[in-house]
Design a protein. Structure first.
Length: 520
RNA sequence: CGCGGCGUGGAGCAGGGGUAGCUCGCCAGGCUCAUAACCUGGAGGUCACAGGUUCAAAUCCUGUCGCCGCAACCA
């Protein structure tokens, strides 16, 4: 039953701090990692930074720092944000690390030995100011570089090519045999189109750089961005220096990436794997982007939102909830502070939080904090059975349709529970028929239990708090989705373990007041 | 005619031949255990536009307009 699950996120450029879009990717990946662990799988969840780029070296130079020191500082800043978001990564790789350099060199040598790399020359428009080649899109109508306002020059230089074009048929076969490789399915055509029509050999080296990974068979060159970056997925698990670790985890079960880099992961990367003679990854998921008040976030517009302020205000769980509930993972979503407040208050404070408060409060004040052992079996309040809910929930989790998984819990579990409370009015019943009231309350605790379990991948802290507020039998860290699918018989009384004051609990999610026309 | 996607009440989405549905917001009422919460009801849409097929079209077909994605380094 238990198996291994190796998953990754895209590695990030450390030349600026992470924004909420970057965070969106990581949160969604983390929910998957936690879901897989709940299923009993052994999970390796890899994250990291992409450091061998010219931009990084330049930025370090501007700051008068050694590039490696600069990378380490930035990596610490990234990790600080990731920990604040409660991301449960197993390892964080920096591509400036020795293990990555070693693995990369072993890989490129292997691909060379297998005959898929050849020497050629690259010709293109070169901006002396940027010290780099520019694509047509990067230049304005007069072949001028917009940042330096200088004419780009035609330049030719020797380089090494990866013979990507020779993999066309193999890739097309691969997609045919693995129709679920590219997700969401809507990206499938895009990649097919690319592979069928414009799969060209790629330049994988640069010359004249001091920062980066040397090409082992021609040391005046360094390995160029993508060929290096993608390899973090295997160098982190020992490729080239720890065969047993590598064979334990490879191939990857899931690469979580942004939709913009689908092509590299769905075409270049499997071809690279084929060229090196290693297995191809099983699945690539390209998630959507987060916009800010309807606008695309961009550094030049200056509307990027950094996560830390909001995170400090509302904590990781509410932060995670917003993005996973409000932004469909496969598609684009929108963030605004105003909307955040609405969603937070409606779903977390008013619905989930308040159900919890009213139920615990009633048990606290009328039953001394413990419901007596039940003789009559309790009933399930929703229209769907627990089994049906868990089944649908599981399908959504496997497809990374987090917003639908969450929507399901609110519509089928929490809303019916609040409605039941209102209909049965245990606060009145308690005056006339105490045991009937106890039964009603037991029926209201059950949805809280079910929801706390199914929220575990989303709200790591709050789900645990919810669950451990009651004396359920199963230990929290051993909980599986199956535990949510049926009623947990409790032999004795059901006690409230949450700390209470005058029968009241501290609100899980205190309501937020919208700051007048606030930004963020 | 490069390929592909999308246009549904204020916002975000679902529905894919037969009284147009959900969440949030808004308005009114109920209730009062609870975080001024919860519950019930209501207003608000000629389902982008124009043709066509059909007894019947948001749903199928054709065309038009608009928006967006991809075309090698932006999560």
């Amino acid at each position: 039953m238990s198996k291994r699950f190796f998953m990754t996120t895209a590695i990030d450029y450390p030349n600026s701090r992470p924004h909420i879009g970057t965070a969106f990717e990581k949160i969604g990946a983390d929910a998957q990692a936690r879901f897989q662990r709940m299923l009993g799988n052994e999970v390796f969840f890899l994250m990291g930074n992409d450091e061998n780029t010219v931009k990084v070296a330049k930025r370090a130079e501007e700051l008068g720092q050694d590039p490696k020191a600069y990378c380490d500082t930035m990596a610490d800043q990234f990790k600080e944000v990731w920990r604040a978001l409660d991301l449960s990564f197993t390892d964080f790789i920096q591509t400036s690390e020795e293990r990555h350099h070693k693995g990369c060199q072993a890989f490129i040598q292997k691909v060379k030995d297998n005959g898929h790399i050849y020497k050629g020359s690259y010709e293109g428009w070169y901006c002396n100011g940027c010290e780099s080649f520019k694509s047509d899109r990067e230049l304005d109508g007069n072949q001028c570089c917009p940042t330096h306002n200088a004419k780009a020059v035609r330049r030719q230089e020797p380089c090494w090519f990866f013979a990507l074009s020779t993999f066309r048929e193999k890739l097309l076969d691969f997609y045919r045999e693995n129709p679920d490789f590219i997700q969401p399915e809507s990206r499938h055509n895009e990649v097919l189109n690319l592979v069928e029509t414009e799969l060209k050999d790629v330049n994988i080296t640069r010359s004249g750089e001091t920062w980066g990974i040397r090409v082992p068979f021609d040391p005046e060159f360094t390995i160029y961005v993508w060929f290096d970056a993608l390899l973090n997925y295997i160098t982190a698990i020992g490729y080239g220096f720890d065969e047993s670790l590598f064979s334990k985890w490879w191939p990857a079960d899931l690469h979580v990436i942004g939709k913009d880099i689908t092509r590299f992961h769905c075409a270049l990367w499997p071809a690279m794997c084929m060229a090196a003679g290693i297995a191809t990854p099983k699945r690539v998921f390209g998630h959507g982007f987060v916009h800010h008040k309807g606008e695309k976030m961009s550094k030049t517009i200056g509307n990027v939102v950094e996560p830390m302020d909001l995170l400090k205000e509302v904590g990781p769980d509410a932060f995670r909830y917003y993005f996973l509930r409000e932004c469909p993972y496969p598609g684009d979503g929108d963030f605004s502070y105003r909307r955040f407040i609405e969603v937070y208050n409606a779903d977390l404070a008013n619905n989930l939080g308040n159900l919890y408060s009213r139920v615990v409060g009633l048990i606290g004040r009328n039953f001394g904090g413990a419901l007596p052992p039940m003789e009559t079996p309790t009933c399930w309040l929703g229209v769907m059975t627990r089994q049906e809910i868990v089944e649908i929930w599981t399908g959504h989790m496997e497809g990374l349709r987090y917003n639908q998984a969450l929507q399901l819990l609110w519509a089928e579990v929490l809303v019916p529970a609040n409605q039941h409370a209102d209909k049965m009015a245990p606060w009145s019943l308690v005056k006339t028929d105490l045991s009937a009231a106890a039964l009603v309350l037991r029926d209201l605790v059950e949805p809280i239990r079910v929801v706390s379990i199914l929220l575990k991948p989303f709200l790591p802290k709050v789900a645990q708090t919810l669950y451990e507020s009651f004396s359920f039998d199963q230990a929290w860290d051993r909980i599986t989705p199956a535990h949510a699918s049926q009623f947990a018989q409790s032999p004795g009384e059901l006690r409230v373990l949450a700390p209470t004051e005058n029968g009241k609990v501290k609100p899980l999610f205190p309501r937020l007041q919208a700051k007048a026309e606030n930004e963020t």
